[in-house]
Design a protein around this ligand. Structure first.
Ligand code: HEM
Ligand code: HEM
Length: 178
């Protein structure tokens, strides 16, 4: 396989780094919301870890989106059917949209509370204010986007397994660099 047929090294590294980070972040998110409010501090501690990891992933995602728009994607092999090309395109863009909306909605929601965000212990500038109605909208967007994203990931994973079984060279586009 030539380099023109696969993703660049940077795109490959970012794909796997972000994939691992997001899966861990989703697990952490679902786990932390059930932490009881007493004893005080434990819940806030894990929420701040979630916010810190989320902001870090947000920056990596920004880098990835910029890289994607400046470097494009390699053309798919000729034998891939038209509907599959379309499905890949739509689902990849939908995943990028979710990857942007999740950290942004989380950050905005957390800014519309009276608590400043602590990034791995460092208090970030708090430009927001205590606005429960805005916070609620952001929380809803965060929640719904996570659900949509999980459905997309399940489909993405199923497609990847299908390509692995077909041994059609699609997996190698994002797992090997020259
Ligand atoms: C949270 C997890 C994941 C996310 C957010 C994600 C997202 C994406 C996105 C957005 C693309 C399109 C890249 C582009 O055109 O810029 C892509 C490509 C790809 N992903 Fe993932 N991915 C994840 C996990 C996985 C896993 C677990 C596998 C394998 C089992 C996988 C296999 C692939 C493959 C083979 C491609 C290349 C498709 C092609 O050739 O066009 N991904 N992924
Ligand atoms: C990077 C991607 C992110 C993913 C995949 C993610 C995932 C999740 C998940 C699965 C939950 C539990 C379900 C729910 O209640 O919505 C959650 C909740 C939450 N997340 Fe995130 N999150 C991300 C980024 C962030 C960021 C950057 C912040 C804040 C700076 C944040 C703040 C919160 C908060 C405060 C909750 C508790 C529920 C709420 O108040 O909305 N998240 N997140």
């Amino acid at each position: 396989m030539s380099n023109a047929e696969r993703y660049t090294r940077v795109a490959i590294i970012l794909h796997w780094l972000i994939a691992l980070g997001l899966l861990a972040q989703i697990a952490l998110g679902w786990w932390m919301i059930d932490i009881p409010k007493s004893p005080p501090g434990v819940r806030a501690y894990w929420f701040n870890i979630h916010k810190s990891i989320g902001l870090t992933l947000g920056m990596l995602i920004l880098l990835r989106v910029v890289w994607r728009f400046t470097h494009g994607a390699p053309p798919l092999p000729d034998h891939i059917a038209g509907w599959q090309r379309m499905a890949a395109k739509i689902s990849h863009y939908a995943m990028y949209a979710c990857m942007v909306i999740m950290p942004v909605s989380g950050y905005l929601g957390s800014s519309f509370t009276k608590y400043p965000i602590k990034y791995f212990g460092h208090t970030l500038p708090h430009w927001g204010w205590d606005a429960p109605a805005y916070k609620e909208i952001c929380s809803q967007v965060h929640y719904i986007t996570v659900i949509i994203f999980m459905v997309l990931i399940a489909m993405h994973f199923a497609a990847a397994v299908k390509h692995m079984m077909a041994r059609d060279g699609v997996i190698q586009r994002i797992t090997r660099w020259g």
